[in-house]
Structures are given as structure tokens and as C-alpha cells.
Unconditional design. Structure first.
Length: 430
């Protein structure tokens, strides 16, 4: 739905009210001078119908605000013609001319003032060319009084409009300042790196969080934003910026950055064009999240996973609720169960019936008290075969002493022990 610009709405209301009052003043003046029907008709068209015609013109145009600003000059020309036609009555001329000049000055500045004066002069000259020069400066006391209060009221109305506009500007500036302070606080204290670069990959802006990693010289506006990246990553970053600048489609990269101490930090970086930039995009936003610790944790977990898989003992890890979270390959080899059959199942479902339930209750009571339990018991494989196993159960606790996981380790005690590799004959006796 089309929204009428504020300037168009405001001027329509002011023009309608002002010219309506002007029709009252001129009506008294014309009545006192026995004006004819043609003059009355022109006055009604000018002061009553004219504001609505201009408003209709504004709404029909492709640029309503531009059309309304041009309407101010039309007002000046037509009212200048009326002033000359009426014989330059002092109070009426002052009211009509002052209103148009004031409106032009408020909306278009001193240039508008000069153009409005020129339009009023042109309108007056055209009227004098048609009806001749007249000079009747005097007006009756009633017309003078009405003109005085009309000028006063119009000035106050324009002042009120300007006051409201100023208050709106002040509120907007306060909101903008508050918003800037919030965003500045976020960017100065956020752990993420926020930056703006041009399509050539040169700094436009870098958040203060960058200063914890790089020297100020590395962050100077206009310098290469990617010169502290790993050479392979820098080339990928420049290519991503160029593509985002051309297509507007965001991209995500993994980048390695060398900080001021030479350490390598790993970042997940999202590259996207700023909203409002038209193609070609001239400002590209980079938001980088430090994932160094996460990657290192992932590597440690991967190494731990490989270590567990390489152990000959079976390992079962459950949550505090007893649900199996993972098992290693040795567990599958010893018991015959596939990993998919046990993960997500309660550990109780893996217990065999060779020991009574009280046996396991005693085990976990000991674990809760002492942190671990170990001992020998009989185990049963998936196919029902029985073997003797050595089992250890350990509780994993957090910093507050609450149990978070259980680790169960066991092996087949009946399996033949692997003999150590024989030494080659070297002729040397020990």
C-alpha cells in the first residue's frame, strides 16, 4: 500500500487550512468592494478547490515530495497574481506573500526564498498585464483584524510544524546514539572478530577485538586485511570476497591466522555483503569465530577415540543414567554384539543372568562410595558361551563431585596370553 510522504501530508493540511482562512478574509474584502460572480468563482477555485487539486497531483506523480516542493512556487505565483489583482492591499499582501515566502524558506532554504519571490513577482506582473496596475492599500478594520490574526496563526502553525520536526530529529538522533553505543559496546567486548573490507580485501573497519591479536599497523584502513593469514587461506579469502561482492551470496570459510606472537589461530569466517549495497557491492562484512580450542578438542577426542579402538580390553562408557554412549571394537570382538545393538541401550540390558541382581547393586554401591570397583566374574557372549572376565567399573565425576559417566573395562581372562616376540639370535649372551 502506498504511504503518503510526511511532507506532502503536512503541507496539504497547512495549505488547506491557510487558504480556507484566506478565503474568509478575501471574501469580506470582495464583499466590501462589490466583486462580481466571476471574481467570486475564481476565488473559490483558488482558495477552496486548489489545495485538493495540488494534493491529487502529488499523489499521481512518480515523485510526490518533488512535486510538493514545486507546488510552493506555484503557490507564490498564483498568490502574487491575487495580490496585484486586489491592488496590493497592505495587510492582505503581507499575509499572502509572507506565508508563501515562509513556507518556501522552511522547505527549500534561502534559494527557495529567492525563487518564491521571483514567482510572486512574475504572478503579479502577469495580473497587471491583464487587468492593469491597481493600488488600493487600505483595508477595513475587520479585514485588517482578520489579516493580523491570520498572519499570527499561520506563523504559529508553521512554528509548531518545525518544532515537531525538530523534536522528531532529536529523538531519532538519541535513538541512533543509543544504538551506536550498544553496537560499539558489543563490538568492543565481543570475542568474535567483526570487520568490513572492500572488494579488494582492504580494511574499511576492524572491531577492537582484532587488537588483541594483531598489531595496529596490520589494521590500518586501506591495508591488506588478509596479510596475516596462512598463504593458502589468504588466497581463498580474497576469492570469496570477490565472489560475494559480485553475487551477493554469503560464503563460509575456515581460515588460519597468525597472531602477533606467531601462534596459529583457527577461525570460522562468514563473508557476506552489507544490506543496502547495490551491485557491485563495495562493502563486505566478515564475522569470524575463534574455533581453535574447539578444533583442538576435536583432535584430542579423535586421538582418544583411536586409542580406545586400539585397546585389547573391552570398554563401555555410559551416562550417569546407565545408558550406553559408546563401546570400542574389543567389546564387539569379545561379546559378539555389534556397536549398533548396544549404543543407546541401558547397561542393565547387557548384564547376563549368571550373577544375581544384588551382585551388580553391590558393585555400583562400591563405585559410588570409592569411585571404582574391580574383580573377576563370569560373562556370557551373545551366542551364549560363557567365559571368565576381569572387570573394572569407574565413576567419572565433575568438579562438584557429581557422577557424570561410568567407564567399564573388561577382558576375557580365559583367552591365551600373547607371548612376547622372540629375540633374534645375535650371538650375544645376556
Amino acid at each position: 500500500m502506498f504511504e503518503v510522504p510526511r511532507l506532502v501530508r503536512t503541507n496539504y493540511v497547512v495549505r488547506t487550512a491557510a487558504l480556507g482562512y484566506a478565503f474568509l478574509v478575501l471574501g469580506v474584502h470582495l464583499w466590501e468592494h462589490d466583486a462580481g460572480a466571476l471574481v467570486w468563482g475564481c476565488a473559490a477555485l483558488q482558495f477552496l478547490a486548489y489545495p485538493h487539486l495540488l494534493y491529487w497531483r502529488d499523489l499521481r506523480g512518480a515523485q510526490p515530495v518533488r512535486a510538493e516542493l514545486d507546488n510552493l512556487y506555484i503557490d507564490s505565483a498564483l498568490l502574487g497574481a491575487w495580490i496585484a489583482f486586489l491592488g496590493f492591499p497592505t495587510w492582505i499582501a503581507f499575509g499572502l506573500l509572507g506565508a508563501t515566502i515562509l513556507n518556501a524558506t522552511v522547505n527549500r532554504g534561502l534559494t527557495g526564498t529567492a525563487v518564491a519571490l521571483g514567482c510572486s513577482t512574475a504572478g503579479a506582473a502577469l495580473a497587471m498585464a491583464i487587468v492593469g496596475f491597481r493600488y488600493w492599500p487600505q483595508t477595513s478594520e475587520l479585514v485588517t483584524t482578520l489579516s493580523f490574526f491570520g498572519i499570527l496563526g499561520y506563523t504559529c502553525a508553521v512554528g509548531q510544524v518545525v518544532y515537531l520536526q525538530n523534536r522528531r530529529i532529536v529523538r531519532t538522533r538519541e535513538k541512533l546514539r543509543s544504538s551506536e553505543e550498544r553496537y560499539r559496546l558489543i563490538t568492543e567486548n565481543a570475542g568474535d572478530l567483526v570487520a568490513m573490507v572492500d572488494p579488494d580485501g582492504r580494511w574499511i573497519y576492524a572491531s577492537p577485538s582484532y587488537e588483541r591479536l594483531l598489531e595496529r599497523a596490520d589494521l590500518e584502513r586501506g591495508t591488506d586485511a588478509f596479510r596475516r593469514l596462512h598463504a593458502d587461506d589468504a588466497e581463498r579469502a580474497r576469492l570469496a570476497v570477490l565472489r560475494v561482492a559480485g553475487t551477493g551470496k554469503p560464503r563460509e570459510l575456515s581460515l588460519r591466522l597468525f597472531d602477533r606472537e606467531g601462534r596459529t589461530r583457527q577461525y570460522k569466517t562468514r563473508v557476506h555483503a552489507l544490506a543496502g549495497d547495490s551491485a557491485p557491492r563495495t562493502r563486505i562484512l566478515l564475522v569470524s569465530q575463534d574455533v581453535t580450542d574447539l578444533r583442538q578438542s576435536e583432535e584430542r577426542l579423535l586421538l582418544a577415540g583411536h586409542a580406545l579402538e586400539g585397546m585389547s580390553e573391552a570398554i563401555v562408557i555410559t551416562g550417569a543414567d546407565g545408558i550406553v554412549q559408546t563401546v570400542n571394537r574389543a567389546f564387539c570382538d569379545i561379546t559378539g554384539y555389534a556397536r549398533e545393538e548396544v549404543v543407546g541401550q541401558p547397561e542393565k540390558a547387557l548384564r547376563n543372568g549368571l550373577q544375581p541382581p544384588e551382585f551388580y547393586d553391590d558393585i555400583y554401591a562400591t563405585v559410588q562410595r570409592d569411585g571404582r570397583w574391580s574383580g573377576s566374574q563370569r560373562g556370557a557372549r551373545k551366542d551364549g558361551s560363557v567365559y571368565q572376565e576381569w572387570r573394572s567399573v569407574m565413576a567419572v565425576r565433575d568438579a562438584h563431585g557429581a557422577t557424570t559417566h561410568y567407564v567399564i573395562v573388561f577382558f576375557d581372562a580365559d583367552a591365551p596370553k600373547r607371548a612376547p616376540a622372540s629375540r633374534p639370535e645375535t650371538g650375544i649372551a645376556f
